[in-house]
Write a protein that binds this ligand. Structure first.
Ligand code: BES
Ligand code: MN
Ligand code: ZN
Length: 485
């Protein structure tokens, strides 16, 4: 793992390790005020000679003098000043990591604000999934140190870096779990991992299949019937030591593999269906990080874990399931299983009497048709609950777009012989909204936002600071939200 820290100029000057300097396309070097002006000028001229323009993502490396001694320099482009911000800094920092990772163990960097974003770019850009591979012998870089002129600046940087560390550990925990092979992360396996998180003021309640039956979780149990490995509902809770300002329930879809069940998916659609537990991983990781950050709200993570398999006793199209709130659901397609497992998880979460419920689910392929693979869909029954997350998402630079819970479409999921049916009556229309409307039936009047991140929780190819695979999307948004309460 990479560590990002801050240290005083004297320590930097004593050594001759490389220095990274961030620079705009149109406004020259950012920060680096600790370098003598003449050296700064000479370095900028040298970078230009090397062909460096300061474009976003650009990196130039060369040996030069810092005014006192020779060392290696990395010039890292931030793009045009007006267009740059926290996100361009994350991308630039990730590009720096990539450029230096095979060459040095330690790299110093001239800090640019917001330092939290700089560190996030480094830590997330350094992420590498190797559970099934030998360690990467070529990777050397393990320490990036930000140069602070004075102690107060160093202390301020250290706080931002600590926060980035906690945020990124949570993101990477989610990426790891999403990337794990589906047979290596059964509901029981995830329960064990969640048990490891349950320390420092966190409590884990495990609801196994027997307990779930007692509680009337017929929807979750119905989906689980096709698998030899039983479902679990996990409730990981954090209570602050002092007074709590809010009680926030976070609900996650944890389908540890979605084969589609008897309404079997085609082979190609199944290739990435190990990602269908991203919601559960997200809420568990966020609860853990909330405890580390000592946020001032109670956080209840509720993860509904099950496989969706076509085994001998699998639930069948035509089956009627009864959710924990007594509502009956006709299953017309066993591949619309996420809303079923979430139905029970939402009723359970609602029973905790939270001020607000946020649920996270890789719920519909339709969301990618509507918004593509960079934007998460949000559907809400409460404007304030949505606005708060939108503000946090803006801070985290995680794109979010609202879809309407259009009331007239409720007819589409009205049952004929049951309260509800699990797919819409008009196939191929408003799939993501239909999913949201279905979930709304299980939250009563509690302020609630549903996030469909089927498009963003998984990346088919590498992103600026994320390799292909699980992305950990929405983790930083949630942590920005909780930290601001
Ligand atoms: N897990 C899938 C949704 C999904 C699709 C996630 C692609 C990630 C990438 C979900 O359970 C599903 O199968 N949804 C169906 C719903 C339909 C049957 C109403 C879908 O999207 O086709
Ligand atoms: Mn499905
Ligand atoms: Zn699914």
């Amino acid at each position: 793992m990479l560590t990002v820290s801050a240290a005083l100029l004297a320590e930097f000057s004593a050594g001759s390790e490389p220095l990274a300097v961030f620079s705009y396309e149109d406004a020259g070097v950012a920060g680096a005020a600790f370098l003598p002006p003449a050296a700064r000028k000479a370095l900028a001229a040298r970078a230009k000679e090397e062909g460096f323009q300061g474009k976003a993502g650009e990196v130039a490396a060369f040996g030069a003098s810092d005014g006192a001694k020779e060392r290696r320099f990395y010039f890292v482009g931030l793009g045009k000043r007006k267009e740059s911000g926290a996100e361009s800094l994350r991308k630039a920092a990730a590009a720096l990591f990539k450029a230096a990772k095979r060459r040095h163990e330690t790299v110093w960097a001239a800090p640019v604000e917001p330092a939290q974003a700089l560190a996030e770019g480094l830590l997330l850009g350094a992420y590498d999934y190797r559970r099934y591979l030998k360690p990467d012998e070529e990777r050397k870089l393990s320490k990036v140190v930000l140069v602070a002129a004075k102690a107060p600046e160093r202390n301020k940087l250290a706080l931002a870096l600590e926060r980035a560390q906690v945020f990124c550990e949570a993101v990477c925990w989610v990426r790891d779990l999403v990337n794990d092979g589906p047979s290596d992360k059964s509901p029981e396996d995830v329960t064990k991992l969640a048990g490891e998180l349950a320390k420092d003021g966190l409590h884990l309640k495990i609801i196994d299949e027997k307990e779930a039956a007692k509680l009337g979780m017929g929807a979750l149990l119905g989906v689980g019937r096709g698998s030899a490995r039983p479902p679990r509902l996990l409730h990981l809770s954090y209570k602050p030591k002092g007074p709590s300002r809010r009680t926030v329930a976070l609900v996650g879809k944890g389908v540890t593999f979605d084969s589609g069940g008897l309404s079997l998916k085609p082979a190609q659609s199944m290739e990435t269906m190990k990602c269908d537990m991203a919601g559960a991983a997200t809420v568990l990781a966020v609860a853990r990080a909330a405890a580390k950050l000592k946020v001032k709200a109670e956080v209840h993570a509720v993860a509904a874990l099950t496989y969706n398999m076509p085994g001998p006793d699998a639930y069948k199209p035509g089956d009627i399931l009864k959710a924990m709130n007594g509502k009956t659901i006709e299953v017309l397609n066993t591949d619309a299983e996420g809303r079923l497992v979430l139905a029970d998880a939402l009723v359970y979460a609602n029973g905790l009497k939270p001020h607000v419920i946020y649920d996270f689910a890789t719920l519909t392929g339709a969301v990618t048709v509507a918004l593509g693979s960079s934007i998460t869909a949000a559907m809400a029954n409460d404007r304030a609950a949505l606005a708060k997350i939108q503000a946090a998402a803006k801070k985290a630079d995680e794109p979010l777009w609202e879809l309407p819970l259009y009331k007239d479409y409720q007819d589409h999921i009205k049952g004929k012989i049951s309260d509800l049916q699990n797919i819409g009556k008009v196939r191929g229309e408003a799939g993501s909204i239909i999913g949201g409307l279905f979930l709304q039936e299980f939250v009563d009047k509690t302020p609630w936002v549903h996030f469909d991140f089927a498009g963003t929780a998984w990346a088919d190819g590498p992103l600026s600071y994320c390799p292909a695979g699980g992305t950990g999307a929405m983790v930083r948004t949630l942590l920005e939200y909780l930290a601001a309460l």
